[in-house]
Design a protein around this ligand. Sequence first.
Ligand code: PMT
Length: 227
Amino acid sequence: LAPQDMAGLRVMVTLGPTREAWDGVRFWSNPSSGLMGAALAVCAWLRGAEVAAVCGPGVTAFLPRGVRRLDVTGAREMHEAARSLWPDMDMGMFTAAVADFSPDPPECGCGRKFKKSEAPEGFSLKFSPNPDILQSLAAVCRPGQKVLGFAAETTPDMDALLPLARAKLARKKADLLAANRVNAPDSGFGAPTNSMAVADAHGREEIWPSQSKADVAWELCSWLLRI
Ligand code: PMT
């Protein structure tokens, strides 16, 4: 039986990709499956927490009925959903691969398909920045709220991951930061396993070789309870 060591805690998880519309039929996104976030949501729920999962599009990962699911599409919509939940939460687990930028719609705007024939010579796309959901919510933490951030990195090896985890932990003001390689076959987007460098705000850090995302989720929940 799972220990009920998260009973009484309210946990919010963001998961999956965001999809940033350009015209009526095209968008900018990434291959996140939502598996890492679903593993955390299920783990926290099994350990007794009340869990809300803010899911990006295409997240089909198994979520039990006991987890409250909110479906969103774009980064701004995910930000709004997370922002309205956050004041009532004890923990935020930010696994979503949120698009940092959205393409600016073409002049034709209005949600219709932009035609190739409309593209001028030297046609290029412009992008505008999206809000950083984790960073904006970590900045308004009340005492006792804990923030788990992730970092998706392309590094030559695991050794290069730890300094990036430490840097992102500090920059985003998270309590715990788990960095994973997204350019290795047994880790990152869509993989059932993850290899991670994990660092917390008290100076503790560990490197975890590849293990199932369920096991990663279990270890991260335990770590969050300790800090
Ligand atoms: O979903 P899976 O297929 O299981 O894959 C899991 C994963 C690779 C998506 C996951 O383990 C992971 O790394 N998630 C973070 C992806 C990411 O966007 O990393 P980042 O380094 O760009 O962002 C750092 C942190 O800020 C993340 O916690 C992210 O959720 C958050 N962020 C980033 C940008 C933004 N606009 N808002 C945010 O909240």
